[in-house]
Design a protein around this ligand. Structure first.
Ligand code: NDP
Ligand code: KPL
Length: 327
């Protein structure tokens, strides 16, 4: 039972690190800059505050993937096609691929390019903040993945590692629900604020409400309906975001139960000068809308604003400014 984490950054090092720290053989493939940071050892802090230390078997040579039975792909969406091209000649016969990514098309993108291999679609419901070689899970949440025989072999290892996998037979609906939550990634990135501060501001929540309601209209026409991943249903959540701050502090206390340092993965990308996943998140809503003869101007505007921010054009917005730009 050997796992290879391919594209090991925040999610890959955290999930793979927990597996390695609890006795599962894991190899990590990632960038040289990451190897330099983590090869002396990584520190993993769980949501319960407990810590694990492990020295990862981290390299930059993709060839090690050939020894793995399970390959966990944790690159950002834009790298999927290139990664599939790298994996195709290297994967062992019978190796299973698990993609742990935001967006709704990652699994299919890999599946189309890796004929002969099972690609299991997964989703990470929690946030991880990296600080050098320290990886901290800053929100509650689970990994969800498509029901598959692979979990008979690996399910116990993920559970022991403190990253249990909930098998779902409705992964498309799960990915759509996560997409709705991730519409905040762009707003969070443009705010320049930690998630908790941003979501405590009604103007930013109203921006998210606009983006989610637009996405819900599109999803209502294109099916499947998004799964319910939070205490409130997706449509109720989109409405509840608009309530005044004091009411939201009570109503949305679970939403705000976030470590004060946590930021969305898109905020990390913007801060590090990397291309963002906005085309795969808000852009996915625009694409879905096009397929059913609708328009999605709020999400289209967010895509454009994040692309501007990637080029250092108006990278920071107040809640009021952003709300004005989206209405
Ligand atoms: N971070 C979080 O809290 C959460 C993230 N997610 C999702 O999980 C996925 C992974 O996110 P995250 O871990 O934050 O991403 P990171 O950017 O931290 O990690 C991905 C790593 O893969 C590297 N990489 C890209 N292409 C290759 C390649 N061909 N070979 C080797 N390494 C490669 C990247 O390097 P480089 O940057 O140089 O390309 C980067 O170091 C995304 O879809 C994200 O949206 C979901 C929930 C929470
Ligand atoms: C966990 C969450 C929703 C936090 O924003 C996320 O998926 C991300 O940062 O990409």
């Amino acid at each position: 039972m050997t796992i290879c984490v391919f594209g090991a950054g925040s999610i890959g090092c955290y999930v793979g690190g927990r597996l390695a720290a609890t006795g599962t053989p894991v190899t990590f493939v990632g960038r040289e800059a990451m190897r330099e940071q983590v090869s002396g050892g990584i520190h993993l802090r769980g949501r319960d505050g407990g810590s694990l230390e492990v020295t990862p078997d981290f390299g930059t040579d993709p060839a090690v993937v050939g020894d793995a039975d399970l390959v966990v792909v944790t690159v950002k969406s834009g790298a999927n096609k290139q990664v599939a091209d790298q994996l195709r000649p290297l994967l062992a016969a019978g190796a299973v691929v698990l993609n742990l990514q935001n967006g709704i098309h990652g699994g299919a993108e890999l599946r189309d390019r890796l004929p002969g291999h099972r690609v299991v679609t997964g989703m990470v419901g929690f946030n991880v903040v990296r600080d050098g070689a320290s990886f901290q899970q800053t929100t509650a949440g689970e990994i969800m993945a498509a029901t598959d025989p692979v979990w008979e072999t690996y399910g116990a290892a993920f559970a022991t590692a403190g990253v249990p996998v909930e098998q779902r037979s409705d992964m498309d609906a799960v990915l759509r629900a996560k997409l709705l939550l991730n519409l905040n990634n762009a707003i969070n990135a443009l705010s320049g604020l930690p998630l908790r501060t941003e979501l405590s501001d009604r103007s930013f929540r109203r921006c998210l409400s606009l983006a989610q309601q637009e996405a819900l209209r599109v999803m209502a026409r294109s099916g499947p309906a998004p799964a319910r991943l939070t205490a409130l249903s997706p449509s109720l959540m989109a409405r509840a975001l608009r309530v005044p701050d004091r009411v939201f502090q009570r109503l949305g206390s679970k939403v705000l139960a976030i470590d004060p340092t946590a930021r969305s993965s898109m905020a990390d990308d913007l801060a590090a000068g990397r291309p963002t996943e906005v085309d795969w998140i808000n852009g996915a809503v625009v694409d879905l809308a096009g397929e059913v003869d609708l328009e999605a101007p709020v999400n289209a505007r967010l895509v454009a604003l994040v692309h501007d921010a990637e080029r250092a054009i108006h990278p920071r917005w107040t809640g009021a400014e952003l709300l004005n730009a989206l209405r």
